[in-house]
Design a protein around this ligand. Structure first.
Ligand code: ARG
Length: 310
């Protein structure tokens, strides 16, 4: 784990390529961190009090395979501690009995510019989750749009740079992509997922640099999860993307969270972590293996609240 002090942070998150050798002009006496620069994030999570595998809605789930509740809770707590230790704000929504997947906060919404596009789950078992999350957002003072089409929040909707990458094929529909574009007024880039193990976009792709300081940002992804046309789209948009192997993807390595510098990543995704480290990112391993039994990992457990209106 890396030690991070408040002075490592700036209000901006320039593209990794352009900042590698630049010093921080706003803090003349403190040496700027080398490499990509982090930005503080606001995260929403849900304690795994009722987490379990009760039904199968993706190939990872085997109802009957025991989930170690104590271990799950300890792993989740380590994720929260890692975020806080790196300067991020973590807020919690109260878990609801009978909703074993509610821990996967990413699926509940996508938040851009302080506006919340809620969820309408594909699986009937998960549909009731939308309500407690919407209630939380409303209570926190946000406007919430409840979607008309099936849409699973940040599971399939990934804001980066000027646009929103949007997965479809297993959960979120094309109709929802249209609805998201109309709501946020940002171009939505539809990407087709083809491998049932990577049923959500956030199992196959994550944002390394969200482009908040300009530029298009940058991503890491596993090409094999996408249709040929979608692979071409990604190659055109992100020629400098970090490409991951199927092995890293199956280890939930693409279900990572980056703050622009630190990458909270599954410890088994060693190949990807090595490549990221070579580019100046700082991998922070967090083991969420109990949650892999439900088809979820670090990003699935993390909703990012983006308030910046730019
Ligand atoms: N069991 C959950 C489902 O299949 C896992 C969701 C994981 N979340 C994610 N963002 N990929 O819906």
């Amino acid at each position: 784990m890396s030690a991070v002090t408040a002075s490592s942070y700036r209000g901006v998150n320039p593209q990794s390529r352009s900042v590698r050798k630049r010093r921080n002009p706003s803090v003349p006496d403190s040496p700027a961190p080398r490499g990509p620069v982090p930005r503080r994030r606001r995260f929403l999570v849900c304690e795994p009090t009722y987490f379990d595998v009760k039904y199968a809605i993706n190939p990872w789930m085997r109802p009957g395979e025991p989930v170690h509740t104590g271990r799950a809770r300890a792993q989740w707590q380590q994720l929260v501690s890692a975020y806080r230790a790196h300067g991020h704000t973590v807020e919690t929504v109260a878990p609801v009995p009978g909703l074993p997947d509610m821990v996967f906060a990413a699926n509940a919404a996508v938040v851009v510019g302080g506006r919340v596009f809620g969820s309408l789950f594909h699986a009937p078992e998960r549909r009731p989750e939308s309500v407690p999350y919407e209630t939380w957002f409303k209570g926190a003072g946000f406007d919430v749009h409840h979607p008309e089409a099936v849409c699973e929040g940040e599971g399939d909707l990934v804001p980066v740079g000027r646009w929103i990458l949007a997965g479809t094929g297993f959960r979120t529909t094309r109709e929802a992509h249209h609805e998201v574009q109309e709501y946020f007024g940002r171009p939505v880039i539809g990407l087709t997922l083809v491998d049932p193990y990577f049923y959500h976009l956030d199992t196959a792709l994550f944002v390394l640099d969200d482009g908040q300081a300009g530029g298009e940002g940058n991503i890491a992804y596993y090409p094999g999860a996408f249709s040929p046309g979608s692979r071409e789209v990604l190659a055109r948009l992100y020629p400098d993307a970090v490409l991951a192997t199927r092995e890293d993807a199956m280890a939930f390595g693409l279900n990572s969270v980056s703050d622009g510098r630190h990458v909270f990543i599954a410890p088994e995704a060693t190949g990807l972590a090595g490549r990221l480290a070579a580019l100046g990112y700082v991998p922070v391993p967090v083991d969420l293996s109990e949650f892999h039994k439900a088809g979820g990992g670090i990003k699935c457990c993390t909703q990012e609240i983006r308030e910046n209106r730019s």
